[in-house]
Design a protein around this ligand. Structure first.
Ligand code: SF4
Length: 359
């Protein structure tokens, strides 16, 4: 896909962008809702109405029955989910259509179907519940809904796994192996009861015996931002700051999560920073825009990024600029909204509604 903004929008000075965004918001009034993910640039967050994680923002999108126009400053799968959860007379726009998620792209429909064909030999949907992380294309959410599964986010992954095991013996979790593994360990599943389905290998690189014994079949996918964090980063900050608290996102590798004081979704991280006593020192393992915002919001606390040497920026979240936002607000009538077609929409909705019920 090729996308470029008209020159007028590319070259406008920041102050002009801010002013015109503010004017457009005033003109659109209550028709408009701008949702911004925690990983967005600071100036984009400041221009939005509500900031949140993918779970919180989906919930809000589903509740906003009177809003006509939702501008979702995030990545593609988030805007798709918002479109699925809203009614057909509401329009959802993604200001930068190139903002995708590399982790979501690690689970291709054809590969997941091939895996599922094989897993049918182990009972298919009689014994295995598919759990799709929010970071997937709508087609995969539809697959999940069709086969009695649900969507999870890092906010409700524990509850989603419990929900699944109350119904069937095994879980097929995609596409983030780390979130799946960390959640499984939290609920007491043994490491040897999990296997990783490597989609690049014949039959996932697994034997019949391995799958038969597994409780959780994890897709071999990851987030390149969160897998930057290493256990030695935790050791280093603990050596440098004896009273430090280390908080990481569950998309980080298990060895990092194990060494941290706590792990949780972006909403959890935000709450942790808010509730930490004044004077606290906190190292965070997640995307840098969120960390920088926490450091600015709580100047009475020392908050910084865990690795100290890398800059864990999500380039995809970073794509959305004030220029894109203004262009969308001033030209939405000529732009194509995000639209998930039937039957994908209805099938994905089943899985998303289950997600919203499971907390
Ligand atoms: S931080 Fe990772 S999982 Fe989140 S949007 Fe970026 S690449 Fe995807």
């Amino acid at each position: 896909m090729y996308f470029t903004l008209p020159q007028e929008y590319r070259s406008a000075p920041v102050e002009e962008l801010r002013q015109r965004i503010s004017d457009a918001r005033a003109t659109l009034g209550k028709k408009l809702l701008i949702l911004t993910h925690h990983y967005q640039r600071v100036e984009v967050v400041e221009s939005g109405d509500i900031i949140g994680d993918s779970y919180g923002l989906s919930k809000i999108a589903a509740e906003q029955k009177d809003v006509e126009l939702i501008v979702f400053c995030g990545v593609h799968f988030m805007a798709e989910s918002a479109d699925i959860l809203t009614s057909s007379n509401q329009m959802v726009f993604l200001p930068n259509p190139l903002a995708g998620c590399p982790m979501a792209d690690m689970a291709e429909m054809a590969d997941v179907l091939e895996a599922w064909e094989f897993l049918k030999e182990f009972g298919g949907e009689k014994t295995i519940t598919p759990i799709s992380y929010m970071n997937t294309a709508a087609r995969l959410k539809a697959f999940t809904g069709r086969h009695g599964g649900l969507i999870c986010t890092s906010s409700n992954a524990d509850a989603a796994l419990h929900w699944a095991f109350e119904r069937r013996e095994k879980v097929f979790f995609f596409p983030d192996e780390h979130l799946g593994f960390n959640t499984a360990m939290k609920m007491g599943i043994k490491p040897e009861e999990t296997v990783i389905w490597d989609f690049s290998r014949e039959r996932g690189g697994l034997t019949v015996d391995q799958i038969a014994k597994a409780k959780v079949i994890l897709w071999k996918g990851h987030c390149h931002v969160h897998t930057n964090f290493k256990p030695e980063h935790v050791d280093q900050v603990r050596a440098d700051y004896p009273d430090i608290k280390v908080i990481v996102h569950p998309e980080c590798p298990h060895e990092v999560v194990e060494k941290a004081d706590a792990s949780g979704s972006t909403a959890f991280i935000v709450k942790y920073c808010e509730e930490a006593p004044s004077g606290s020192t906190i190292a965070i393992g997640t995307e840098i825009n969120l960390i920088n915002r926490m450091a600015r919001t709580y100047p009475d606390k020392t908050i910084f990024e865990l690795s100290g040497q890398n800059c864990p920026v999500c380039a995809n979240m970073y794509r959305t600029t004030l220029n894109d936002l203004l262009y969308t607000l001033e030209n939405y009538q000529d732009l194509k909204p995000i639209s998930v077609e039937e039957p994908t929409r209805s099938e994905a909705l089943i899985a998303l509604e289950r997600m919203l019920e499971v907390v």
